[in-house]
Design a protein around this ligand. Structure first.
Ligand SMILES: N[C@@H](CCC(=O)N[C@@H](CS)C(=O)NCC(=O)O)C(=O)O
Length: 256
């Protein structure tokens, strides 16, 4: 039996959920970022991050490792292409999605979250820096996509890692209209049953989870994984982050 410590809004959990559905695997999903589940999540993953997969008692955390485990254990259909070159390309784009794109989108989107009702404004220059870097990454993606295929020919972990991030850009006012190959790729992704199921799940969760005006999630503190701090510091927002930390709003996950 497979249990996924999940969350409808986590791009990493969404990637894993889409891989499970694409492979036709049955699983139970627990919304593990709900405060009521926090101690159970910390029991299976000391970093208290989703996703975590428990397969007949065997625990795997970190989304790219979960995807690799699933692809090795449940081999068909595979989310890795056949050649070493294409596999390297999948790993590079999965890392760009998980580490780089995630960090930028996380750092510039805080003020739009339905969980944290921030009454301050982003520090000056943050949104512009984020938009510039996202635009650069979209340009690279447009260059590497071909007109009628997935990023690495067949559907792969790279597409499934990128999709939750790329499809969330609209909320931030970042359009993809200038990138026809990305637009066609988004349409191709949206036609897949596993992706449609994920989008329905996210939409349903938006309706369900915030219905009372409150939410089952943390509403004050923000968890700052290393990559998210790195992007912020690289762009010079060190003092802003330290002020967040001093105000007790910043949490850093455990390294061990
Ligand atoms: N490298 C990890 C990152 C996972 C991650 O950052 N998860 C976030 C949600 S998007 C999380 O669980 N944060 C803890 C929290 O918000 O309490 C992966 O690929 O699985």
């Amino acid at each position: 039996m497979i249990t996924l410590y999940d969350n409808p809004f986590s791009p990493f959990a969404r990637k894993v959920r889409m891989v499970l559905d694409y492979k036709g695997l049955a699983y139970d999903s627990v919304d593990a970022l709900a405060l009521s589940e926090h101690s159970e999540l910390a029991r299976v993953n000391p970093r208290a991050e989703v996703p975590v997969l428990v397969d007949d008692g065997f625990v795997v955390s970190n989304s790219s490792e979960i995807v690799a485990y699933l692809d090795e254990k449940y081999t068909r259909p595979s989310v890795m292409p056949a050649t070493a070159e294409l596999r390297a390309k999948v790993r590079r784009w999965q890392r760009l999605a998980d580490v780089t794109l995630d960090a930028i989108i996380h750092d510039i989107s805080i003020w739009t979250w339905p969980t944290h009702h921030r009454n301050d404004a982003p520090p000056e220059g943050l949104l512009a820096a984020g938009m510039a870097d996202v635009t650069r990454l979209l340009g690279a993606l447009e260059t590497e996509l071909t007109a009628n295929a997935y990023l690495c020919d067949t559907l792969s972990a790279a597409d499934l890692a990128l999709f939750p991030h790329v499809s969330s850009l609209r909320v931030l006012g970042i359009g993809t209209a200038a990138h026809p190959k990305i637009e066609a790729w988004i349409a191709r992704m949206r036609s897949l049953p596993a992706v449609r199921k994920d989008l329905d799940y996210v939409k349903g969760a938006v309706r369900e989870k915030f219905v009372t005006g409150g939410s089952p999630y943390e509403s004050e503190k923000i968890v700052w994984r290393g990559d998210r701090i790195e992007w912020l510091f690289h762009n010079g927002f060190v003092d802003w982050w330290i002020a967040e930390w001093r105000a007790g709003r910043a949490v850093v996950p455990s390294a061990v």
